[in-house]
Design a binder for this molecule. Structure first.
Ligand code: XMP
Length: 507
């Protein structure tokens, strides 16, 4: 396995994805929490960072067990760190070094640059530049603006690059990671969905024995795949709870509950809509809404868990991006954008131990794992849906009536996408109810009703996303259907913002 040390770059997760795409298992740990068993990792990658090595709050990793002892790849901040504190020099750059660049020099006899040629496009994102290489540094590549774009340290398996091989815009980035990990560090490429299922089922059996486990199903891909893994491992000892928070899509609660029962899962459906809506009454701040939902969910869940005698564990479908995004919320180096409610530990009163079988996987990997267990393709292909549900798609305060309107609008949109064979081409789609009334005319009457926004994005991991170019005919039909069928809506708009700078959800 490979260790990625995170210095807070927004791209750190992408490094992990690229490594996994090579069928190599890897883990991200904060730079200041290097695992004790660091010997077990075959190679180490240092990520980029929003910090500067020249600043007072530069991040200092303890590389004493790593540097010179195992293959090390330093990216961006990592590359600057190794230069600045080992005999080289980092200085502010004169020109802005962001975006596309091309390698103008490549030391092509190096294994590190095998199959990568002069001219290869790389992605830069830094404001400091490496002026002088560190002691024993050997220049490996340059671009027109960045002289020291890549170097190695003579006598060590230490490599450093100023650009980001992990972003898709670095066209040979994956090749570079393969050169480093497979050819130089000799890491095995043996990580597959099947091997993951086998190992995880075994681990779960050892860890859980005959203990009872409770799991909250959400209807989404993650919790469903987690449930199947646990079901494989411990069978009837898995107790699933599916809570209707009243903020799900139209008919979702009954439809999904049936589907779960068909999969052989031992699942109890709990309708707590009123409890959630009561807790949300009058709240319009997005973070307060999320917190209220998180709190009520825990209360409802706790009540239900107490109904199961002798339960010892709480299983969660937490996936890797949840873990990483929450690291920032708990003091890690990256900035908190939104507080995702599904991580953050348990209140003391629940006294359950946590098991999270998907904690190391990305969404697409979760889908592949599900497929390798023969799970239903429509379930695995479902768009991501946020835990707080329609509450964060109703801007402002929530009422039962607003939920009803949005459910109807969403159903027209999503069913339309399915009918037009567009659903699988879109990563995530939904409707947003805006806190805006506008004037319309229906028949001879003036109307003054709600406006909804439609959002459909393509993405691979939810970290970055772009709006989808849906056919005009489809948008036209959908808009007509919504305004004609959903009482209370007289205007439909389409969201054409990318993430960044917008986000996928509006709250
Ligand atoms: P944003 O809006 O941050 O969304 O671009 C990225 C992905 O995360 C989902 N999302 C959430 N999921 N709890 C969740 O479980 C949340 O509070 C939450 N907020 C956003 C969003 O639907 C998208 O897939």
């Amino acid at each position: 396995k490979v260790l990625i040390l995170d210095f807070g770059s927004q791209y750190t997760q992408l490094i992990a994805r690229r490594v996994r795409e090579l069928n190599i298992y890897c883990e991200i740990h904060p730079f200041n929490k290097i695992p004790n068993n660091v010997e077990e990792y075959k190679a180490v990658v240092l990520s980029g960072s929003p910090f500067s090595v020249r600043g007072e709050n530069a991040l200092h990793p303890d590389l004493s067990k790593i540097r010179g002892k195992k293959p090390l790849l330093a990216v961006c901040y990592g590359a600057q760190y190794l230069a600045h504190f080992s005999g080289g020099e980092v200085a502010p750059s004169n020109t802005r070094e962001y975006g596309r660049a091309n390698l103008s020099f490549v030391k092509s006899d190096e294994a590190f640059f095998e199959n990568i040629n002069k001219g290869s496009q790389v992605w830069m994102s830094h404001s400091d530049t490496i002026k002088n290489l560190p002691t024993n540094g050997v220049l490996l590549a340059s671009t027109n603006d960045v002289q020291n774009a890549a170097y190695k340290i003579e006598g060590e398996d230490t490599y450093a690059i100023q650009f980001h091989p992990e972003v898709y815009h670095s066209t040979d980035g994956k090749q570079l990671l393969e050169n480093f990990l497979v050819h130089i560090a000799k890491v095995e490429q043996d990580w597959t969905p099947q091997s993951f299922v086998e190992e995880t089922v075994e681990d779960l059996q050892t860890k859980l024995g005959n203990d009872r486990v409770v799991l909250g199903l959400s209807g989404g891909v993650d919790s469903s795949v987690a449930a199947m893994l646990l079901h494989k491992a411990i069978g009837e000892n898995l107790y699933c709870i599916f809570v209707n928070n009243g903020l799900l899509r139209k008919n979702e609660f009954t439809d999904v509950l049936e589907q779960y029962k068909g999969m052989g899962l031992n699942v109890k459906g709990v309708d707590a809509s009123t409890r959630f809506l009561d807790a949300l009454a009058g709240l319009s701040d997005p973070e307060e809404k999320r917190k209220a939902i998180g709190r009520v969910f825990i209360e409802v869940f706790d009540d239900e868990a107490h109904e199961i005698s002798d339960v010892k564990w709480l299983a969660q479908g937490t996936i890797y991006p949840d873990v990483i995004e929450s690291v920032s919320a708990t003091g890690g180096p990256s900035a908190t954008i939104k507080s995702h409610h599904n991580v953050g530990g348990l209140p003391d009163f629940m006294k359950l131990r946590i098991v999270e079988p998907l904690k190391a996987l990305f969404k697409d990997e979760v889908r592949r794992v599900g497929a390798s267990m023969d799970m239903d393709a429509t379930l695995l292909g479902r768009h991501p849906f946020p835990g707080p549900g329609l509450a964060i798609r109703i801007l402002g305060d929530i009422t039962a009536e607003k939920v009803r309107i949005l459910q109807e609008v969403d159903a027209v949109f999503i069913n339309g996408l399915k009918e037009w064979n567009l659903y699988d081409k879109v990563w995530q789609a939904g409707a947003i109810l805006l806190p805006v009334n506008s004037v319309g005319v229906m028949g001879d009457e003036r109307t003054y009703e709600k406006c909804v926004a439609l959002r459909a994005v393509e993405s691979t991991d939810g970290m970055t996303a772009d709006w989808v170019n849906l056919p005009y005919e489809f948008l036209q039909k959908t808009s007509n259907d919504i305004i004609n069928k959903v009482k209370g809506v007289n205007r439909v708009v389409y969201d054409i913002s990318s993430k960044p700078p917008a986000t996928i959800e509006w709250e």
